[in-house]
Design a protein around this ligand. Structure first.
Ligand code: 8OZ
Length: 363
């Protein structure tokens, strides 16, 4: 029998009920103090049949925020809020990692402490917009981090990871994708530094490496995953040679051995062939641990990638927004509910915890 999406999977020291992962999804519904709302407890609890839930991107510090009402995990109130979420998911037999991010230059002064400029590897404004004050706005020009400020940011990731374990998470996913701070260090379009964090590929990967070393030392490699997006054009990033860059990233990760590598194949949330012929399999060959794939998977494609051994886990995003029971629907070959784009970001219960499960939809 070939491996099925519905077979259990041993991930580090935990067992996932199936190979289907809920991808990290930004929903902008945190409450006062950037604490996950009581609605988030219901939302994640409803989705606990996923083999693994990865939460929405969650700030490691106050400067890490780039959008309105995204949650943090750097205060005690935030840890307490997340504990309610992890308890709800565990009570239903689910597993949950928190995605840790720093947005870097994808931010706005109105979200930064003291109205300061956002932080970045270099003072280059991103050609992108963010969501603040209930509307879209251009991101602000960032300030380049001083070399001696970088260990502090690495330590913010370490501290957030320790908080995550205290909040009951099964592990963390380091967000190194989609044009945020770690990705900004990786790419020569955003990183023009002349210190040991810029220039050569090895230097540009150093920030990622130091964060992975600090987090795995703090909570263990068995509880540390990472997400990367080698070819996504998200948030105005560019790089002259992503194949060589990510070959080195995978070599660094192979030495650190995080519990999984989560790879976005194509343009995040968009076409899979944004860079025609980009060789994701060549990257996979460099990494011997768990390989999680994402972007535009349907049941047939997911069945095939798991059965053929090309991936161990498949992450679904939109399916889990609109379907609390995405796993059951995949198992039964049932249709997914339609996604309401108007309620993706911000707001309350509508479009968040009111999508019906199959049984309710039939009833
Ligand atoms: C959509 C809107 C805001 C942020 C990402 C965390 O792209 C995000 C994000 C997605 O990784």
């Amino acid at each position: 029998m070939p491996t099925s999406l519905f077979d259990s999977y041993r991930l580090g020291d935990i067992t996932l009920a199936n190979r289907i992962v809920m991808a990290p999804l930004t929903r902008n519904r945190a409450v006062e103090g950037l604490v996950p709302s009581p609605l988030a407890v219901t939302y994640y609890g409803q989705r606990a049949s996923a083999g693994l839930i990865i939460t929405e991107a969650t700030q490691v510090s106050a400067t890490a925020q780039g959008y309105q009402d995204t949650p943090g995990i750097f205060t005690e109130a935030q840890v307490a809020g997340w504990k309610k979420v992890t308890d709800a998911v565990h009570a239903k037999g689910g597993r949950i990692f928190v995605q840790l991010w720093h947005v870097g230059r994808v931010s706005h002064r109105s979200l930064q402490p003291g109205g300061a400029a956002p932080l970045a590897p270099s003072a280059i404004r991103a050609e992108t917009k963010t969501y603040v004050n209930n509307g879209f706005a251009d991101v602000d020009e960032p300030r380049a981090l001083e070399t001696d400020e970088i260990p502090g940011i690495v330590d913010d990731f370490r501290h957030a990871a320790a908080n995550a374990i205290r909040a009951g998470f099964d592990g963390v996913e380091i967000h190194a994708a989609n044009g945020y701070l770690i990705d900004q260090f990786l790419r020569d379009g955003a990183n023009k530094r002349t210190d040991r964090y810029g220039g050569s590929i090895e230097n540009r990967v150093r920030f990622l490496k130091e964060i992975m070393e600090a987090v795995t030392a703090e909570i263990g490699a068995a509880r540390t995953g990472i997400r990367i997006s080698p070819v996504t054009p998200a948030n105005g990033l560019s790089d002259s040679d992503p194949a060589a860059l990510f070959a080195h990233v995978l070599d660094v990760l192979e030495a650190i051995k995080p519990v999984y590598v989560h790879i976005i194949e194509g343009a995040t949330g968009g076409p899979r062939d944004v860079v025609p012929g980009f060789d994701f399999e060549a990257l996979h060959k460099r990494y011997s641990g768990t390989w999680m794939v994402n972007n535009g998977y349907d049941k047939a494609l997911a069945d095939d990638v798991v059965a053929s051994g090309k991936a161990d886990l498949v992450a679904f995003g939109k399916a889990f927004i609109a379907n609390p029971d995405a796993v059951e629907r995949l198992r039964e070959g049932a249709a997914f509910n339609e996604l309401d784009r108007d309620t993706l970001y911000g707001g309350g219960a509508k479009g968040y915890i009111d999508y019906p499960a199959l049984a309710e939809a039939v009833a």
